[in-house]
Design a protein around this ligand. Structure first.
Ligand code: ARG
Length: 485
């Protein structure tokens, strides 16, 4: 059965490939459009544009194929090529020997290099060595991230896009960003990123190539079309339009590929296990801290909802509606990136570390959900119990403490377990603020080994172990609290 499926898949991708070659069929080209001036959304037209986009469209015209762009996260591009869900990718992708083990490249179409960016007034670093022990922000899966990972003792935070890494630097949570020179220059000129400058420039010379699945039939037509654009001067015109200078002469083959590329090494299982365990530790820490604070806040909210103060009740409702009604992802971005930028714009020095930021966002959110769970638990206790407590002369607080709460806790345990398990999984959202929790650890390994399936299955299994253990623990607690029959 499995073999049959595999054969079907191979066969259908073969058909798709032959199709992609037929004149006039569109080519699906992936890119991560957060990298101006190469690929980005133009704010005035709201369309995806950039040097890469116009180049691939010119190549498509030359080869007789319309281009269909597909936006992907940068670290998802190589896996998408491996699974042949896209025909090609143009995303300022540096041609490296490591990547050439997993995918193929066109001939080089752009010469770039890496640089270090720092805040004005902060220490300058002119070489990677000087970044030793510093905090470096990078975009996940990029050559900048690879360079940063080799700096001894550096604390590297990986973000989903280069603008987010630069924002981290602006906000004062990183000492440097490593990225591509043309993109940095453009970001500093165009975007709302003030107070940054290039420090170490051209740490490396890199060439961008159009990325293709291994043995893609598109390689020859793309190279032909690119060659034609270069020899006819249309490439130079495009280059001048975007960079205001004449293009350098490009090599026919990227220097990185001149030595024979050895085949991909096997997945290092010990390293995978070690990284996933590290990630699981952070996931657990985030879950336990946020759940504890959330439970505390949720209890407070549930009490206030019971109290005879209409204004307090109304405020609690607004709080719950806001945190239940907006995505946790948005709340994380708001607290981690938005709040410091806002406060700093008022000329007040303010930074927030990622642990407090993540725990704050998660706790605020959990508190809103738990408030409702606890409230329904409290309200489910029979009126007679309340009246009995009153008849015994208990104060409202004593009534809650000795009569209502002990019974309500038993009832709300199952929904509390639900919230806890949901939270274990939701902590993966903290990856967006550069947290190397369980999911991000998997992503980081995929970004260097390109073994998406095996690694994400392993990540899923670790989550499953964590959620199953949590549910067993809650079951035990429930049994312990249940009334003796
Ligand atoms: N050139 C670098 C690399 O290949 C960064 C590319 C980032 N591109 C993007 N569209 N975000 O790793």
């Amino acid at each position: 059965m499995g073999v049959l499926m595999a054969l079907l898949l191979i066969n259908s991708s073969g058909v798709a490939l032959a199709e992609a070659q037929r004149a006039g069929t569109p080519w699906t080209v992936g890119n991560d459009p957060t990298f101006p001036p190469f690929e980005y959304r133009d704010p005035s037209t709201n369309a995806i544009t950039g040097f890469d986009v116009e180049l691939i469209e010119a190549i498509g015209r030359q080869a007789g194929h319309p281009i269909q762009l597909l936006a992907l996260p940068f670290d998802g591009i190589i896996p998408a090529l491996q699974s042949r869900s896209i025909d090609a990718a143009i995303s300022s992708i540096t041609i490296t020997a490591d990547r050439a083990r997993a995918i193929d490249f066109s001939r080089p179409y752009f010469e770039a290099g890496e640089a270090i960016v720092v805040r004005d007034g902060a220490p300058d670093f002119t070489s990677l060595d000087q970044l030793k022990g510093r905090r470096i922000a990078v975009q996940i899966g990029t050559t900048g991230a690879i360079a940063a990972s080799k700096v001894p003792d550096a604390q590297v935070s990986n973000f989903d896009s280069t603008p987010l890494a630069l924002q981290e630097l602006v906000n004062g949570n990183a000492d440097a960003v490593i990225s591509d020179v043309p993109a940095i220059l453009y970001a500093m000129r165009q975007a709302n990123l003030h107070g940054l400058h290039l420090s170490g420039e051209h740490l490396s010379t890199e060439y961008y190539g159009i990325a293709l699945p291994v043995n893609s039939p598109l390689q020859a037509p793309i190279n032909r079309a690119l060659g034609k654009l270069i020899s006819s001067g249309r490439y130079a015109a495009l280059y001048r339009k975007w960079f205001g200078a004449d293009p350098p002469v490009l090599p026919a083959v990227a220097p990185a590929l001149l030595n024979k590329v050895s085949p991909m090494a096997g997945l290092d299982l010990a390293l995978l296990a070690q990284n996933l365990v590290k990630g699981a530790g952070i996931t657990l820490l985030l879950t336990v801290l946020s759940f504890s604070f959330g439970l505390f806040g949720g209890t407070g909210l549930a009490m206030l909802l019971q109290a005879p103060w209409p204004l307090a009740q109304r405020l609690c409702r607004v709080y719950i509606d806001f945190f239940r009604g907006t995505p946790m992802l948005v709340q994380l971005f708001l607290i981690y990136f938005g709040l410091p930028a806002l406060i700093q714009s008022l000329d007040i020095a303010f930074t927030i570390e990622r642990l407090p930021a993540a725990v704050t966002a998660l706790s605020l959110n959990v508190a809103a959900y738990l408030a409702e769970v606890l409230r329904s638990g409290i309200e489910s206790i029979d009126r007679g119990q309340w009246e009995a407590a009153d008849a015994l002369g208990f104060s409202p607080l004593e009534r809650m403490r000795f009569v209502i709460a002990p019974q309500a806790i038993r009832r709300v345990l199952p929904p509390l377990a639900n919230e806890f398990i949901t939270l274990i999984k939701d902590t993966s959202l903290a990856a967006v603020i550069g947290f190397d929790e369980l999911f991000r650890q998997g992503q980081l390994m995929v970004a260097t080994t390109y073994r998406a399936f095996e690694i994400y299955i392993a990540v899923a299994l670790v989550y499953l172990v964590m959620t199953t253990s949590a549910s067993l623990l809650f079951k035990r607690l429930e049994r312990k609290l249940s009334l003796p029959a």
